[in-house]
Design a protein around this ligand. Structure first.
Ligand code: DGY
Length: 328
């Protein structure tokens, strides 16, 4: 008998068939009010689960998953799970780092360009028939090339962003990270510094740290006050890494010039959010890795991860492997 897995994210046919060759698949189009009973019943039977970062399964729900052996997510972020809790149950959480670095860095660079050159605001002006005369200084943007980019979180995606900025746009790179990144220092002449210095001296600040107990709320009113008044803030990590109300205030009062956001405290962002009223906020609907090519690669990776981990191989892409080792 094939092991049962609970799938709660749509898969393309090829990957869906591959999954079905290895497992008995209990498929759901997500987890919502309409399917709660059936979903939880399937969760109780599942030995494996395969979903994404958009659906958070609480510890109480996971407690019902008494047969669970492996959780696999089609995302690099794993903040939707309590990794410690799952490690205590000896359940590996498998994720998809690597395959999305370049695409996510493209998205971050798009936010940098759109905020600096006011691309979305000015495009709306044209489409809404408000372009009546040559654009004057009140609508000028600011240069990107040659400026200083501060990256908080110099992991794989941070490094892919540094590559674009340094090699393509001649930007000076500085970064803050738990540990130094010699490769970024050598290849992109990135300077290592503490967060306060980075905030105070960067023209663009881009946050790319994972959401953890340590990073939650790490950028708030105090940090925005440290930034230069003409600087631009970019968040491509998770909304909860910043204090969103403090950011809104900083944008409203022009304490900073603009912000480009791909992530929010509550997703989807409500149209009532004050962010939606701000011309100096460029808002993307969490599309960091959302291209046809990359999402397919992530799905392939997550299906591979599930197959391998179910057969006991945790050698690649296990997000809580360090915690499991302490227990075993
Ligand atoms: C990730 O991979 O974590 C992205 O945020 C998409 O969910």
């Amino acid at each position: 008998m094939k092991p049962k897995v609970l799938l709660y994210k749509p898969l393309p046919n090829d990957e869906r068939q591959r999954l079905a060759r290895h497992f008995e698949v209990m498929a759901f189009d997500g987890f919502h009010g309409h399917n709660e009973d059936e979903f939880l019943a399937a969760l109780r039977e599942a030995e494996g689960i395969l979903g994404g970062s958009g659906i958070k399964l609480s510890t109480e729900q996971l407690e019902q998953a008494v047969n669970l052996k492996v959780a696999s997510t089609i995302s690099v972020g794993t903040d939707q799970y309590d990794l410690n809790y799952l490690a205590r149950r000896n359940i590996p959480v498998m994720h998809t780092p690597g395959v999305l670095n370049e695409t996510t860095a493209d998205t971050l660079f798009a936010l940098i360009m759109c905020t600096a050159r006011r691309a979305v605001e000015l495009s709306c002006m044209v489409k809404e028939g408000r372009w009546k005369q040559t654009v004057g200084p009140e609508l000028y943007g600011t240069d990107v090339h040659g400026k200083t980019l501060g990256i908080i979180g110099m992991g794989r995606i941070g490094q892919a962003l540094a590559k674009r900025a340094h090699l393509g746009f001649d930007m000076k790179i500085q970064y803050a990270n738990r540990r130094r990144n010699p490769q970024a220092e050598q290849t992109y002449q990135a300077s290592y510094m503490d967060i306060d210095n980075l905030l105070a001296s960067s023209d663009f600040v881009c946050v790319m740290t994972p959401l953890t107990a340590e990073t939650e709320g790490m950028i708030g009113a105090r940090e925005f006050a440290l930034m230069k008044t003409d600087s631009i803030f970019i968040n491509g990590s998770r909304g909860k890494v910043i204090d969103e109300s403090a950011l809104i205030k900083a944008l409203q009062t022009k304490q900073i010039r603009a912000a480009g956001l791909d992530v929010f405290q509550q997703e989807p962002l409500s149209a009532d959010s004050p962010l939606c009223q701000l011309d100096n906020a460029v808002l993307f609907p969490h599309i960091g890795s959302a291209t046809v090519e990359t999402r397919h690669k992530m799905i392939t990776c997550a299906v591979n991860n599930l197959i391998q981990a179910m057969s006991g191989d945790l050698s690649q892409n296990c997000a809580n492997g360090h915690l499991l080792k302490n227990i075993r």
